[in-house]
Design a protein around this ligand. Structure first.
Ligand SMILES: Nc1ncnc2c1ncn2[C@@H]1O[C@H](COP(=O)(O)OP(=O)(O)OP(=O)(O)O)[C@@H](O)[C@H]1O
Ligand code: SF4
Length: 269
């Protein structure tokens, strides 16, 4: 395998977060996974290649910050004082936060390649990559640019309904075709836990993600419930592990991070 070049040389593991369709919580899971890995003592980078819907700067409350240039390229925005979680997003390059990115494919692909190669990530245990929904040229551009890092892990997010599960099946086929190592499926918005009595109501049905994983022969990493506190923490840019440690989503997210951590020695990348 060729050695990872330049700015990627210090990146140990890469995880692409994918979903068959939009709005299933891919950015949420990317952000929360990055926070949970950071809480486990890891140095984490988050790369937002969802060029048309860059939501991570807002979710992590760093939307007013700017990226700077250094001799090795762009310096990502550090989310925490300890500088253990850094973020690069097209959101930092837009003049206004609600400006639309209306570029054609080649320009988007060129920017994705630049995001991968021209960001001075420094040493990272994990680089978590939030991708656009579906499968597109942008996914291929990200995979091609990241491939020199070694085998790339893929985490696929779905909601429990059958329609989302169908989209995920296509996503898993894509992962296999381009040689991503499928770490597993996460079922998001899986039931609503009542804040009064802790009874779980399966708003959108339940178990589609687990069933899909079983059929596809890939690991099921866990279910994250619909959680108003998680939603609130994202709206307010707060870390739910700190602000809402008793929220129902928190143990689920921690256990997914633990599964990812336990995969690493088995050669994630
Ligand atoms: N488990 C959850 N509990 C409560 N709210 C959630 C949960 N997961 C996601 N959300 C909320 O659902 C909305 C969509 O989530 P998110 O932006 O992460 O989806 P996405 O799949 O990345 O969307 P897209 O890529 O299409 O923009 C957000 O407002 C987020 O706060
Ligand atoms: S689950 Fe029970 S306690 Fe919770 S809102 Fe419904 S009726 Fe009330």
């Amino acid at each position: 395998m060729e050695a990872a070049p330049g700015n990627l040389a210090g990146v140990r593991h890469v995880i692409l977060v994918l979903s068959g369709k939009g709005g299933v919580g891919k950015s949420t899971i990317s952000a929360e996974l990055a926070l949970a890995l950071r809480h486990a003592g890891k140095k984490v980078g988050l790369l937002d290649v969802d060029l048309c819907g860059p939501s991570l700067p807002r979710m992590l409350r760093v939307q007013d910050r700017a990226v700077h240039q250094c001799d090795r390229g762009w310096v990502p925005v550090f989310v925490d004082r300890e500088q253990s979680l850094s973020l690069m997003s097209v959101g930092f390059l837009l003049e206004k936060p609600d400006e639309a990115v209306v570029w054609r494919g080649p320009k988007k692909n060129a920017l994705i390649k630049q995001f991968v190669s021209d960001v001075a990530w420094g040493p990272l245990d994990y680089l978590v990559v939030d991708t656009p929904p579906g499968t597109s040229d942008e996914h291929m551009a990200a995979v091609d640019a990241l491939r020199p890092c070694g085998p790339l892990g893929a985490l696929v997010v779905t909601t429990p309904q059958a329609v989302s599960v169908g989209d995920v099946r296509r996503e898993l086929t894509f992962c296999r075709k381009v040689g991503l190592r499928i770490l597993g499926v996460v079922e998001n918005m899986s039931g609503f836990v009542c804040p009064h009595c802790a009874e779980c109501t399966n708003v959108f049905s339940r178990g589609g993600g687990e069933e899909l994983a079983r059929h596809a022969g890939v690991p099921f990493l866990g279910s994250v419930p619909l959680d108003p506190e998680l939603c609130r923490s994202l709206e307010e840019g707060r870390d739910p592990t700190q602000s809402f440690p008793a929220s129902p989503a928190f143990p689920a997210l921690c256990s997914i991070a633990q599964r990812i951590l336990s995969e690493a020695p088995a050669g994630l990348c």
